[in-house]
Structures are given as structure tokens and as C-alpha cells.
Design a protein around this ligand. Structure first.
Ligand code: ZN
Length: 211
């Protein structure tokens, strides 16, 4: 266990924000059966993240821990979720990422199976795409990569690595699993999450057989 080398007040603030967003997203049914995980950057070496296996509608202070950018726990005996590695990958890769949200809504999980063979879900023509940072028009193409699921996070991170360099990537789907999205802070990541889920539901509606 390494000594805490982060700002405790900053951690307390982010812990409060993570608990609030966890309760909110759990209330929307996007974190069933203890799934999903959420994190916020503390500084250039540390992240605050939800611990593994807790009901997101009942999180308390003890359920948020600090990990370093390799995903190793800092000053805690609690275990981060295995998927912490995917959060850490984003924080290491992009200095501007301040928040990562991972959810398992029905639409995200179904879409991640449906578009798995195509390896991407392409969004175009939606006014709501302007919710994504830097997108100013509905005709802009926004691709959501879809990668095969794997229980080995090194394999998943390796699959994702080349895809993260793509233009206008605001999130990715893991087949039969769920969605990861991020932003410079909680409100941007939250906006991206809501927009992605809405647009995914629109795409699913378009594929519904007509009566
Ligand atoms: Zn998951």
C-alpha cells in the first residue's frame, strides 16, 4: 500500500459527485445487479473510482477508492473492479479526460450485440449529435466502435487501443456488455452518456420490423 499522495479535499469532492451520479444512473436502470463503474480524475497520477460489486443505488463513502493511472489501489485494502484497467487506459491516454462512465442499459447491451459483426455503430443525421464536444452539425459522422467482450482486461485494452485514436470517438461498446463514455468533467461525460444512449435507442427503433 502506497501512502496517499493526493489532495484529500479533492477526493472528498469527487467522492460526493461519484455517489450522486451512481444513485442517479442506478435509478435509470443503467447499472443492473451491481454492474457499471464510474470514475473521476483527481490529478495527473490518481483517479477516484467506484469499488467492485456494490449496488450503485446504495453507494456510500467507503465504496469510492483511489487508484493510480495503472489501476492499482492507493492507500486502501479494497479491490477496484477488474474494469478499472479500462478507465485507467483512458486517463493515461488523454490528459483532457476527467471522467469515465460505464453503464449496462438494455439498449446499450442489445446494440452492442447487434452491431458487433460490423465492429461499429455509425451515427449521422441526428440533431442530438451536437451534444458531443466539438460536434456542431447533424451531418457529422460519429462512430461508436464495438469490440468483442473478453474477461481479460489486457486483451480488451489491446483491442481498444488503436480505436481510441479515431476521430470523434466519444465512447465505445463492448459486445453483449455495455457502454464506456468519457468527458473532460462529470457534466460532459454525463451529457455524452445520455446522448449516446438516446441515439442508440433511435438506431434500435429504426431496425424494428414495421407492423
Ligand atoms: Zn461492465
Amino acid at each position: 500500500m502506497t501512502p496517499a499522495a493526493y489532495d484529500p479535499q479533492g477526493f472528498a469532492d469527487r467522492r460526493r459527485q461519484l455517489i450522486a451520479v451512481s444513485w442517479e444512473l442506478a435509478g435509470m436502470g443503467w447499472t443492473p445487479a451491481t454492474s457499471g463503474n464510474f470514475s473521476l480524475r483527481l490529478d495527473d497520477r490518481h483517479i477516484a473510482i467506484t469499488v467492485s460489486g456494490r449496488d450503485k443505488s446504495h453507494l456510500c463513502d467507503e465504496d469510492i477508492i483511489v487508484v493510480d493511472l495503472e489501476g492499482r489501489p492507493v492507500a486502501t485494502a479494497l479491490c477496484p473492479s477488474a474494469e478499472t484497467a479500462l478507465h485507467a487506459q483512458l486517463y493515461r491516454r488523454f490528459a483532457g479526460v476527467g471522467c469515465v462512465l460505464h453503464t449496462h442499459s438494455v439498449a446499450q447491451t442489445v446494440a452492442a450485440r447487434l452491431w458487433a459483426p460490423a465492429r461499429r455503430l455509425r451515427l449521422q443525421g441526428y440533431e442530438l449529435q451536437k451534444a458531443f464536444a466539438g460536434v456542431t452539425a447533424h451531418h457529422t459522422v460519429v462512430d461508436v466502435p464495438v469490440v468483442p467482450n473478453d474477461q481479460d482486461m489486457r486483451v480488451l485494452a489491446g483491442e481498444l487501443s488503436p480505436l481510441l485514436d479515431g476521430e470523434r470517438i466519444f465512447g465505445y461498446l463492448i459486445a453483449g456488455h455495455g457502454l464506456y463514455t468519457w468527458g473532460r468533467d462529470l457534466s460532459e461525460a454525463r451529457r455524452h452518456l445520455e446522448a449516446l444512449d438516446f441515439l442508440i435507442r433511435c438506431e434500435l427503433e429504426l431496425r424494428r420490423p414495421s407492423p
